[in-house]
Design a protein around this ligand. Structure first.
Ligand SMILES: Cc1ncc(COP(=O)(O)O)c(C=O)c1O
Length: 408
């Protein structure tokens, strides 16, 4: 892959104008949208309006006047085409960790005769911690963690819930959602998917692949901004059966009756707990607007082409100095790629100093996320070239790049 070839791919890219929807800093190649998405151009103005006019002038009347009370479902509806769900199967609420707790707790209660939460070894830590914490509250419940290749054979009549991250946060490896949903359902288990590294990065079809439950971050590929709330999905066919283990007043059938006992509202809103984060929702609303008129198949195709371009360019430029730690088969990966190097941390710091922003995951992985809406093929080529130069010149071998920071 030459620079000219990368430029030609950009010229033919049906999504190339979507980059204009973002306020990316000049001179930066941003390959960390899988940690924190870029700032949409519309967010600052919208937030200022929500703060100054709606909150400042409208004060408490804005809960009705501007419909704040419905934002958790109104904003969620914009996510529906991105994850292949019906609008009333989605809700914006809490953090991904809290949403996981709620849906896992609800699923366990719906399978009272089964005791096992089946997870993948090496899943994102919060997923494992949430499963472990529920098992502590429900002493009969056990967490069974198995390697990726043993998941299908580990599903059995004891499995209450199969809980998996669709795209692995390190390797970018993709699970076959449809096949695993079918295997779980054949055994009578429910499925809960963490879509944090999938939603907005690749084509997700929650309905078509038969998912029961799902959660995901709003601040990664959905561009909702730091700490914006997460989303949760409950298939319509399960909504009346399942109940959140954290019953708060916002999930009540009539919250403003201030009744002394809990009665869940019908539908997805029963998974609300407390007062929604209106400023976070306002930012996520703008993040989701960056997907307006975008076809999911174009997202999927570009994720595949960008990651393939990057892998080809890195391998051509760096040879065997780095090792691909992501699936080579594009159908088996998401929209980020990891390369391993024993000095990966220092190399990533050197890349960041040059304006190529990726991140590092221990013990030795340099992780590069490609957001189909705003990353270009030129970004992929330039990042690979910078990596090659840093390795060639040992630019990374400096104390300032070796010094560890708390958030990377
Ligand atoms: C797969 C996955 N799940 C969950 C989270 C964290 O979610 P939250 O901090 O919103 O609870 C992350 C964060 O990077 C993640 O990668």
């Amino acid at each position: 892959m030459t620079f000219e070839e990368a430029r030609a791919l950009d010229a033919a890219d049906p999504l190339r104008s979507a980059r204009e929807r973002f306020a990316l800093p000049d001179g930066v190649i941003y390959l960390d949208g899988n940690s924190l998405g870029a700032l949409p151009k519309g967010t600052s103005t919208h937030l200022a309006d929500v703060v100054e006019r709606q909150w400042g002038q409208g004060l408490i009347t804005s809960w009705n006047k501007h419909g704040w009370i419905d934002w958790p479902t109104r904003v969620a509806a914009k996510l529906a085409p991105i994850v292949g769900a019906a609008p009333d199967e989605l809700l914006i609420a809490d953090s991904t960790s809290v949403c996981l707790f709620k849906l896992l707790g609800a699923a366990l209660a719906a399978r009272p005769d089964r005791k096992v939460i089946l997870v993948e070894e090496g899943s994102f830590p919060t997923d494992l911690y949430i499963a472990q914490s529920l098992a502590k509250f429900m002493p009969a419940v056990q967490v069974c963690a198995v390697p990726r290749d043993r998941i299908p054979s580990a599903i059995n009549a004891q499995t209450a819930v199969l809980m998996l991250t669709h795209i692995d946060y390190r390797s970018g490896a993709r699970h076959d959602m449809k096949a695993l949903n079918a295997a779980a359902h054949d055994a009578g288990a429910l499925t809960l998917w963490d879509l944090s590294h999938s939603a907005g990065a690749i084509a997700v079809d929650l309905t078509g692949s038969g998912c029961d439950l799902a959660v995901g971050c709003g601040y990664k590929y959905l561009n909702g901004g730091p700490g914006t709330p997460a989303f949760l999905y409950v298939a319509g066919r399960l909504q009346d059966e399942l109940r959140s283990p954290i019953s708060g007043w916002m999930g009540h059938a009539d919250p403003f009756s201030f009744a002394g006992s809990f009665k869940p509202v019908r539908g997805i809103r029963r998974f609300l707990t407390g007062t929604p984060s209106i400023l976070g929702l306002a930012a996520l609303d703008c993040g989701l607007d960056t997907f307006a008129d975008v076809d999911l198949s174009e997202i999927e195709a570009k994720a595949e082409a960008l990651t393939e371009t990057f892998i080809d360019a890195v391998e051509a430029r760096c040879g065997d100095q780095v090792a691909l730690a992501s699936p080579r088969d594009s159908a088996a990966r998401g929209s980020h790629v990891c390369f391993a190097h024993p000095e990966g941390y220092a190399i990533m710091q050197a890349l960041i100093a040059r304006g190529v922003i990726g991140d590092f995951r221990p013990p030795d992985l340099m992780r590069f996320g490609f957001a189909p809406l705003y990353n270009s093929f030129e970004d992929a080529w330039r990042a690979a070239d910078a990596l090659g130069e840093i390795l060639e010149t040992r630019e990374w071998d400096q104390p300032r790049f070796r010094e560890r920071q708390s958030v990377t």
